[in-house]
Design a protein around this ligand. Structure first.
Ligand SMILES: Nc1nc2c(c(=O)[nH]1)N[C@H]1C(S)=C(S)[C@@H](COP(=O)(O)OP(=O)(O)OC[C@H]3O[C@@H](n4cnc5c(=O)[nH]c(N)nc54)[C@H](O)[C@@H]3O)O[C@H]1N2
Ligand SMILES: Nc1nc2c(c(=O)[nH]1)N[C@H]1C(S)=C(S)[C@@H](COP(=O)(O)OP(=O)(O)OC[C@H]3O[C@@H](n4cnc5c(=O)[nH]c(N)nc54)[C@H](O)[C@@H]3O)O[C@H]1N2
Ligand code: SF4
Ligand SMILES: [Mo]
Length: 690
């Protein structure tokens, strides 16, 4: 008899909800009192294969944490203080309904702003009732492009859409380039696939401005770590194309059959020599030449990329240019060749978003759309003003760039703010009313993945703790309190799931815990062209881009807030604030002793040359500053960076920083060239002794 049986435990299968490519399968063991006593990886999950991660291994500590918010709260101190009183759901809903109805009557529904991201990326949690609710009342719309859509929009300008390789196809590759992705940190369950390929003779190349733990693993003979300056990879790609064309490594037959604008591309890269690129990106010309040869002559060759590289002013162009490389060499013909990025778009093909979000409820209205990355500007400088904000699945005070502006906006006394949360985050502290949210163990959902092709069913393992409610239930309650009568605002969870996944056998999904999303059997989505572009061909030259006011051909434009720009004299260091800690998932664990406590504290990392130039030693307290903010931090001198690059880890809250400012207080909120993303990593700073 197994331990589970002997202890009389019930096994419940679910899926991790975090905004993470891995969407691991898990199994909760629940005792007779309805308490989850263990949570482990599901051995049968084809991608995560029984493992969770250092963030979620202790998920039960999070679920049963003494700091969980378990009942509604009303703020009684100033905004940002931690002074709240417990109130009943009835009182909370009455106040919310009264305030929202008054705002709709006096300012119009566009004065209400929904604010959410993928804190729980399951289908219901993301937009179950919420999208219907905001469409029905006609609230302002939120452009949720802080993570990922720029990659898709960049790729789409070359390939026609954002679909790419299933990352598990890397198993068949002989050359794997991890380009701007920190796999071992951010996508750890893909690493075994890469290891399999390497054991079968694949070479690994990592391209990153930081010598990350992934770069450090490119340590076998033939592996390579290439360290460009941040935001300059397009120069590197253009030089690779120059070499591939110059040295007759182009697959002309494939190019002639399936691409558009080859001759124009040849002209566009005629001058982008490796020597030219070396001066732009800081990678030696002979390294670039060799990389171009290796890439063009190894079959199959795959590029793996994820999200990080989009956080630059030229983020769209990065991915549009990257997508030209496998076309030149005909890499898509070979199983294990091409580009693997998010596969969320494959999963999305199953979703009937109209049934889920019901845009028809807008009834001909077209409310304004506001970009979430500009929250400071939205709250401080936008007419007509936003008067109410409803936040769920997101911690904007920590995750949105130019965060001191966000704080100023959130502190507005005339802004009514409701936050639906599990913990008293920096954002919740600015709420008028905080509502208690369930965790993934407490609510049914269907979780689409963006790192693999399995769509998972999340069966609730335990009843909601305290008075916590799921995101769908939260919006059903608000809708009812406001007196709304549109029937679909009150659909139950299963009805929404069935309507939103019309081609999925939901009973099978539930019984088998997951199903695989349809994907070409031979693993070669574009072997024979058929690109969904206007021309039906892969577009080296793009009229669509030209119409958007962008260059028609791949082009390198250095960042305005970069070492070539006007601020570089005053602020000579480029600041990267990427994911860094093994125990953090975005902003979601820094407040737990077992996570933030174990990671230490925030710091600024500098190259020895930059430290010496400023007379700094390890541990010195410095000011990291620019026109947006100044942060006091201890220095760590490291060999992971190039001169000119500084790192501050991201995900810590204001209370973890000495002076209450955070990494994002420094960051740039300029939007990307296209795709609506934001240039977090084109941020210039100076570091000075305090
Ligand atoms: N442990 C952990 N895992 C996570 C997360 C987490 O917070 N913690 N967050 C999840 C989320 S929301 C996401 S979107 C994914 C992101 O997954 P990734 O895209 O893999 O991660 P990022 O850290 O955003 O960026 C990857 C790398 O891009 C590099 N980079 C920055 N600028 C450039 C550039 O100009 N050129 C090149 N070549 N590289 C550049 C950074 O140095 C970084 O090492 O991770 C997910 N997984
Ligand atoms: N400087 C810098 N800034 C960044 C990034 C970076 O690399 N550097 N990365 C960017 C990226 S890629 C992303 S994706 C964003 C992430 O930004 P966010 O989505 O805001 O980050 P998370 O910390 O994943 O989740 C936010 C909150 O969702 C809550 N939550 C979880 N589950 C539920 C639920 O079921 N219901 C409700 N109501 N709440 C829930 C959690 O408690 C958590 O506080 O940050 C972006 N900001
Ligand atoms: S955070 Fe990511 S790696 Fe960790 S359990 Fe969840 S899906 Fe898996
Ligand atoms: Mo993200």
């Amino acid at each position: 008899m197994s331990r589970t049986e002997s202890e009389g435990l019930r096994l419940v299968h679910g899926v991790c909800h975090h905004d993470c490519p891995d969407s691991c399968g898990w199994v909760a063991e629940v005792d007779a009192t309805g308490t989850a006593v263990r949570l482990r990886g599901d051995d049968d999950h084809p991608f995560s294969a029984g493992e969770l991660c250092p963030k979620v291994n202790r998920f039960l500590d999070r679920v049963y944490h003494p700091d969980r918010i378990l009942h509604p709260l009303r703020r009684i101190g100033p905004k940002g203080s931690d002074q709240f009183e417990r109130i009943s759901w009835d009182d909370a809903l009455a106040e919310i309904a009264e305030r929202l109805n008054t705002i709709i009557a006096t300012d119009g529904p566009e004065a209400i702003l929904p604010f959410s991201d993928a804190g729980n990326q399951s289908m219901l949690a993301l937009q179950g009732i919420s999208s219907r609710f905001f469409n029905h009342i006609g609230a302002s719309r939120l452009l949720r492009n802080i993570c990922g859509p720029t990659v898709g929009a960049g790729m789409a300008m070359t390939n026609g859409n954002g679909l790419g390789l299933d990352p598990m196809e890397l198993e068949h590759s002989k050359l794997i380039i991890l380009w701007g992705t920190n796999t071992r940190l951010t996508n750890r369950h893909l690493w075994p696939t890469i290891t399999t390929a390497r054991n079968n003779g694949a070479r690994l190349v990592v391209i990153d401005p930081i010598r990350t733990i992934t770069a450090q693993a490119a340590d076998r003979e033939g592996d390579q770590f290439i360290q460009p300056l941040p935001g300059t990879d397009i120069a590197l790609m253009l030089a690779m194309m120059h070499v591939i064309i110059r040295d007759n490594l182009v697959d002309r037959a494939w190019v002639d059959r399936h691409t558009l604008g080859y001759d124009e591309l040849v002209a566009a890269v005629a001058e982008t020599t490796p020597e030219w690129a070396e001066a732009e990106c800081g990678v030696a010309a002979d390294v670039i030449t060799q990389l171009a040869h290796d890439y063009a002559t190894t079959t199959p060759a795959a590029i793996r990329t994820l999200v990080g590289a989009e956080h630059h002013e030229n983020g769209g162009m990065f991915f549009r240019t990257l997508a030209c490389l496998p076309a030149l060499t005909g890499a898509w013909q070979h199983r294990g060749g091409g580009i693997a990025r998010s596969v969320g778009s494959w999963q999305g093909l199953l979703e009937d978003t109209a049934a889920l979000a019901r845009p028809d409820l807008l009834a001909g209205r077209s409310p304004r759309t506001l970009n979430m990355s500009r929250l400071g500007e939205i709250l401080l400088d936008t007419e007509p003003p936003v008067k109410a904000m409803i936040v769920w699945n997101c911690n904007p005070m920590v995750v949105v760039p130019n965060a001191e502006r966000v704080r100023e906006g959130m502190a507005r006394d005339d802004l009514f703010c409701v936050v639906h949360e599990q913990f008293m985050t920096d954002t919740a502290r600015y709420a008028d009313i905080v509502l208690p949210a369930t965790t993934q163990l407490e609510a049914v959902d269907v979780t689409l993945a963006w790192g693999h092709l399995w769509l998972g069913w999340n069966e609730p393992a335990i009843a909601p703790l305290g008075e916590a409610v799921s995101n769908t239930e939260c919006f059903r309650r608000i809708a009812k309190a406001m007196g709304l009568t549109e029937p679909c605002l009150f659909d139950d969870d299963e009805t929404i799931i069935r309507a939103s996944l019309p081609t999925v056998d939901v009973d099978q999904l539930r019984a088998e815990h997951r199903i695989r999303v349809p994907y070409p059997d031979d693993g070669r989505p574009w072997a024979n062209g058929n690109f969904p572009t206007p021309s039906g061909r892969l577009e080296f030259a793009s009229e669509a881009l030209e119409r958007m006011g962008q260059p028609r051909l791949p082009t390198y434009v250095p960042a305005v807030e970069g070492p070539r720009g006007p601020l570089a004299d005053r602020y000579p260091l480029q600041l990267i604030t990427a994911k860094q800690h093994l125990r953090f998932l975005n902003s979601a664990y820094s407040h737990m002793d077992t996570h933030g406590g174990a990671e230490g504290e925030p710091y600024v990392e500098l190259d020895p040359t930059d430290a010496a130039a400023r007379g700094l030693s390890d541990g010195d307290i410095v000011a990291v500053h620019n026109d947006r903010a100044s942060l006091e931090l201890p220095v760590r001198i490291s060999d992971r960076l190039r001169p000119g690059v500084a790192v501050v880890p991201w995900g810590w809250w204001r209370s973890h920083h000495r002076d209450g400012r955070i990494a994002n207080s420094l960051t740039n909120d300029t939007l990307t060239d296209w795709g609506g993303g934001v240039a977090f990593y084109d941020t210039l700073v100076e570091v000075s002794k305090t």
